[in-house]
Ligand binder design. Structure first.
Ligand SMILES: Cc1ncc(COP(=O)(O)O)c(C=O)c1O
Length: 379
């Protein structure tokens, strides 16, 4: 597979920066089209069927983005005044402009998360509201994130997802998975996407992250839920027309085997691990703290299970990032004074070597001893 290069830049800011593969571009050019709001676009229909089949659910819906997917999933599951139970650091809680409140008319009860991204299940059980109490909202949804971004992309294991689903269902509430990187999770856990999806009532997954499509996410679940989510998509202006041109790369990404983009995610995970191993050996790099790696000290490459590496530099963070930028390497500031590097299609093992050499050079340049030597020379 020939890799789309980014003008000599190694861009590790996110897996959203990926460019479509040559096979995707060809499929876009050749896509059969129709008006999707009428249900007439054969390429969109084929993509929705493929996504549903892959995850073992009845139906699927193509949406513009992960944020829109989570939003219309909430519209499909919830009524005004209901409440979602979700992890405190997750995208739905912190990074979607409170769409749950603004558009859906619901609240979120936030769960404390452990360093592996999971919750205490007894606490989950206690988080459900008492439907007989007139003061309380009605619990209507449980939402988890898999992979879990702020814990450095930990994949939530199947057994745990099953337990969460069981508790939700015992309270009569569905389980939604924000699976922006769902296939990374399945790959890291050695499961088929269908196995990992089984306990959930709905899953949103992104085509435009590790799967390298230029746009799009899928919402997958029961037929009646997808019909409600489709209405929600129209409400938020997401009814699109001849979007087979955008669905076509998704069909390529979801192909089986070496033709598709799912199996190659293992390469991203291996590159991320190599990056973390190299960084851990450098003086000036340390663990990120918080959920990413709670024990402070050396960066632990064993924490890297998928395509996220989160770390801290014993340097001025902005100077470090600027130094990398000057060498054609992009990383991004992450919460709590940390830095995130994400591997993806378009970044290979040679790039990782280049990144590590650049990190070593910038750490040397920005070290306190380099600064004092420069000051002495200037006297
Ligand atoms: C965990 C998670 N969920 C949802 C989204 C939203 O995806 P989009 O940027 O396509 O709206 C992201 C984006 O980074 C994410 O990381």
């Amino acid at each position: 597979m020939s890799i789309e290069r980014h003008g000599g830049i190694v861009d590790l800011r996110s897996d959203t920066v990926t460019h479509p593969t040559p096979a995707m571009r060809k499929a876009m050019f050749e896509a059969e089209l129709g008006d999707d709001v009428f249900g007439d676009d054969p390429t969109v229909n084929a993509l929705e069927e493929r996504a549903a089949e892959l995850l073992g659910k009845e139906a699927a819906l193509f949406v513009a983005s992960g944020t829109m997917g989570n939003l219309v999933a909430q519209l499909g599951h919830l009524g005004r005044g209901q409440e979602t139970i979700a992890g405190a650091s997750t995208h739905i809680v912190s990074d979607e402009q409170a769409g749950h409140a603004v558009v859906v008319g619901t609240s979120i009860r936030q769960m404390a998360e452990r360093p592996d991204g999971t919750w205490d299940l007894a606490e989950l059980n206690d988080a459900f509201r008492d439907p007989r109490d007139l003061h309380e909202p009605i619990s209507g949804l449980v939402a988890i994130e898999n992979t879990h971004a702020h814990s450095m992309g930990q994949p939530l294991p199947l057994e745990y997802v099953r337990n969460v689903a069981e508790i939700a269902h015992a309270h009569g509430v569905p389980l939604h998975v924000d699976g922006a990187r769902f296939f990374n999770a399945a790959r890291a856990l050695g499961l088929t996407p269908r196995e990992l999806a089984q306990p959930a009532d709905s899953i949103m997954f992104c085509l435009s992250k590790g799967l390298a499509c230029p746009i799009g996410s899928m919402v997958v679940g029961r037929r009646d839920f997808i019909a409600r989510a489709r209405r929600g998509r129209k409400l938020v202006g997401g009814g699109m027309r001849q979007v087979g041109v955008l669905a076509a790369p998704g069909l390529v990404a979801l192909r089986d085997g070496a033709d598709g983009m799912i199996d190659r995610l293992a390469e991203d995970h291996s590159n991320a691990r190599t990056l973390a191993e190299g960084l851990a050996a450098l003086d000036g790099i340390e663990s990120a703290g918080g959920l990413a790696q709670p024990e402070l000290g050396p960066l632990d490459p064993g924490r890297v299970q998928t395509n996220f590496v989160v770390f801290r530099v014993r340097r001025d963070r902005a100077r470090f990032l600027n130094g990398l930028r000057g060498r054609g390497i992009l990383m991004v500031e992450y919460p709590h004074d940390t830095i995130r590097a994400v591997t993806h299609y378009g970044v290979d093992a040679t790039d990782i070597e280049r990144v590590l050499a650049a990190c070593a050079a910038v750490l040397r340049e920005t070290s306190p001893t380099a600064a004092s030597a420069a000051a002495t020379a200037a006297i």
